[in-house]
Design a protein around this ligand. Structure first.
Ligand code: MUC
Length: 96
């Protein structure tokens, strides 16, 4: 199943810069592994913001919850999820 996930990062102002850098490094490694695994299909920065729009390809809602809640930045993000289905005019075979 495909989901559009929008994440907005809201780090607390009093978070130490070293701790923020460590969390971001773990987030980057985790997100890049999920991209290599084909689970995190697309990752786009929303221009002018500390938000991203992402497409996840997962088994079901529970799998998405497991993956997203394991993000190191999860405690510091507002997240919205939209389920996607194939558009009848799509020419892409991998849209499911
Ligand atoms: O920067 C972000 O948008 C938050 C998050 C998503 C991937 C990653 O490395 O960090």
């Amino acid at each position: 199943m495909l989901f559009q996930v929008e994440m907005t990062v809201k780090l607390p102002h009093d978070l130490h810069s070293e701790q923020a850098a460590e969390i971001k490094a773990r987030e980057k490694a985790y997100s890049q592994q999920l991209q290599r695994d084909g689970i995190w299909r697309h990752l786009w920065r929303v221009a002018g913001s500390y938000s991203n729009v992402s497409i996840f390809d997962v088994q079901d809602n529970a799998a998405l919850q497991d993956i997203v809640s394991a993000l190191p930045l999860f405690p510091y993000m507002d997240i919205t999820v939209k389920p996607l289905c194939r558009h009848p005019s799509s020419i892409h075979d991998d849209d499911r």
